[in-house]
Design a protein around this ligand. Structure first.
Ligand code: SF4
Length: 364
């Protein structure tokens, strides 16, 4: 059972062939953390992100060399690329000529409006989606003076200023907006205020959220709160970690809200004194396997045969450890007892068998 969420209706925009907003599913995106000038490393990371379920990827364009590398990356890239721009609009125009599908601009870092006009014109000519990416850390000076701090209201005013400018001066609507702060509650408030007034799709996330655990917690608090209220059309879970983890966290949040599912859900016991098997290792191996099969399944990894199957009654398939042996259960019933070394291969075979009988569970 999941919460009933009524998604706020937003206008649909396109980043390449990927629709965001409207009736589209909530899109998962990430950003490479390689040096963009290193074509091989960047492409390798993009392939890993795609394999994990990422649908859009952002890359930093810090200089001319990065633009040259971008041309090579675009030849092979399996995902639409969004160029991340700060300070220098001319790099953006070059990235657009190279064929990116989207750009992210941080208006607070652009001082020259004429050059910004030229960048917006280039986007309009090619249908390139623009994300107005407001960051609490780089708000315009006059707004900081007016509000005293980078408050949610100041962030919203900054976004509105640029949105109105692009819409009224350029009559261009292929736009989405983000309003990120490293304070999760400021982030929430900024999106709430904005979404009461505008129907442009929203890219959610908390910025500079930290490593895997603290970053996941901060992002989950803000993103879940907003998604429960129907706000949000695409996510990036910023983490100081391998960006592939950002994608896994995004899907965990979406699955737990009943909004989107890609991987099996794994129920795992916390381990207690009854456990006589290396359950941590078993769990890691089942998790790695589950992240490759992309199916709507509930798997269980339990420490003992005494309580395991009962505790994981809701799982489609599960394993429970014993001394030198393990059992495999399916839909609450024990179906096999095998030696410990045969436990995982047999379990994976049973999962494959289950999926052959239930192809509707595959997310392909
Ligand atoms: S399943 Fe067994 S080992 Fe795991 S917490 Fe429950 S009683 Fe302990």
């Amino acid at each position: 059972m999941y919460p009933q969420i009524k998604r706020r209706k937003t206008r649909e925009v396109l980043v390449g062939s990927v629709g965001i907003g409207g009736d589209n599913p909530i899109r998962v995106q990430s950003m490479t953390n390689t040096d963009t000038r290193d074509v091989k490393a960047t492409l390798e990371q993009i392939y890993r992100l795609k394999e994990a379920g990422c649908e859009l990827v952002r890359v930093a364009i810090p200089d001319e060399k990065a633009v040259t590398a971008l041309k090579e990356i675009l030849k092979e890239c399996p995902l639409p690329i969004i160029a991340d721009l700060h300070f220098d609009t001319s790099l953006g125009e070059k990235a657009i000529s190279a064929g990116v599908s989207g750009i992210r601009i941080n208006p607070g870092t652009f001082k020259n409006k004429k050059r910004l006009d030229s960048l917006i014109k280039a986007c309009k000519e090619r249908g390139v989606c623009i994300r107005i990416g407001i960051n609490a850390g780089s708000l315009e000076g006059d707004l900081l003076k007016k509000y005293g701090h980078p408050t949610p209201e100041a962030m919203v005013e900054s976004a509105e200023r640029w949105l109105e400018y692009i819409v009224s001066k350029h009559d261009y609507y292929n736009l989405k907006v983000s309003l990120k702060s490293s304070n999760w509650w400021h982030t929430v408030r900024a999106y709430e205020i904005f979404s009461e007034k505008w129907d442009f799709p929203l890219h959610l996330g908390v910025t500079e959220a930290g490593g895997l655990i603290p970053g996941t917690v901060k992002n989950t608090m803000a993103v879940s709160y907003l998604l429960l209220k129907g706000i949000g059309d695409t996510l990036r879970i910023s983490l100081t970690a391998d960006p592939v983890e950002e994608v896994f966290v995004a899907y965990e949040i979406l699955r737990n809200l009943g909004l989107r599912s890609l991987y099996p859900d794994i129920i795992a016991c916390p381990i207690c004194g009854r456990c006589e098997i290396d359950l941590m290792k078993l769990y890691e191996e089942v998790l790695a396997y589950a992240r490759k099969i992309k199916a709507n399944l509930k798997l269980a990894v339990m420490g003992c045969v005494v309580n395991g199957p009962g505790e994981a009654r809701e799982a489609d398939l599960g394993i429970a450890g014993g001394k030198g042996v393990g059992i495999i259960f399916r839909e609450g019933k024990i179906i096999k007892k095998v030696k410990q070394e045969e436990l995982l291969p047999t379990f994976f075979e049973e999962i494959e068998k289950f999926l052959k009988q239930h192809p509707e569970r595959l997310n392909v």
